[in-house]
Design a protein around this ligand. Structure first.
Ligand SMILES: Nc1ncnc2c1ncn2[C@@H]1O[C@H](COP(=O)(O)OP(=O)(O)O)[C@@H](O)[C@H]1O
Ligand SMILES: Nc1ccn([C@@H]2O[C@H](COP(=O)(O)OP(=O)(O)O)[C@@H](O)[C@H]2O)c(=O)n1
Length: 219
């Protein structure tokens, strides 16, 4: 049974996890279930990365990466946002504290909407919305995640090779988890959802159950 929203308390849902774990799919489904707005925060980092890439900027320069943050717009339908090159750039520039700081307010404002919101990313439960009543950490084996990402890229008409995508996923997992600022980790109070052996419908059903459980406990 879905949560009665009539008490007007905001419902903030933080969904974090590594690349292609299914966190975006789950976050969108939770947003639809609870009637909340959704933000894919990875797209912000990808938009900065795409800006930098198009200018011929250097991802190893924090200064240039920060410049790419100014007035960054996100066109979620731009296929280049999901290219492998942009994924690599996004992972590199997201390690810079100044880049993360530049994108912080936009995310916290979104999370602070009166009815609440669902956000997915790497640091939602740890940094952006640490007091969120619902926190999920979505994961799956690297091999399964790579297969999903390959299928997704091919379906979008983009080239993809399993070995390259798997290498990229390992490299991004390592970089995202080992950086000093806002590393990828399961937040305090977050429930683990391993989707390795679950299909999309099963993952969504489990996520809704876990969210309802956390909301009931928060009452
Ligand atoms: N449980 C699942 N089983 C199979 N495929 C999935 C599952 N969850 C997501 N996918 C597919 O895998 C791809 C990556 O999912 P997505 O939700 O975008 O992951 P993330 O946001 O973690 O990168 C998408 O094509 C999505 O449809
Ligand atoms: N909240 C977030 C979201 C993304 N990111 C970074 O942005 C990159 C792209 O994020 P994404 O969520 O679009 O990537 P996928 O998980 O969909 O592959 C990640 O590899 C992270 O390095 C981050 O640091 N913090």
């Amino acid at each position: 049974m879905s949560k009665d929203l009539s008490d007007n308390r905001p419902i903030v849902i933080a969904v974090d996890g590594p690349a292609a774990s299914g966190k975006g799919t789950i976050a969108r489904a939770l947003a639809a279930h609870f009637g909340l707005p959704h933000m894919d925060t990875g797209l912000l980092y990808r938009a900065v990365a795409l800006n930098l890439w198009r200018w011929g900027g250097d991802p190893s320069s924090e200064f240039e990466a920060l410049r790419a943050c100014s007035a960054v717009g996100v066109d979620p339908d731009d296929p280049e946002l999901r290219s492998e090159a942009v994924s690599k750039y996004a992972s590199a520039i997201s390690a810079y504290p100044s880049v993360r700081a530049a994108l912080l307010e936009r995310q916290q404002e979104f999370a602070g909407q009166p009815k609440g919101a669902v956000l997915d990313g790497r640091d939602i439960g740890t940094v952006i919305a640490p007091d969120a009543p619902v926190k999920l950490f979505v994961t799956a084996s690297a091999e399964v995640r790579a297969q999903r990402r390959v299928r997704e890229l091919l379906a979008r008409g983009m080239p993809a090779h399993l070995e390259d995508v798997l290498l990229d996923i390992h490299a991004r997992d390592d970089r995202d988890s080992s950086r000093k600022t806002a590393p990828l980790r399961q937040a305090d109070g977050a429930l683990l959802l391993d989707t390795t052996d679950l299909d999309v419908d099963q993952s969504i059903a489990k996520a809704i159950n876990l969210a309802e459980e956390q909301l009931a406990r928060a009452e």
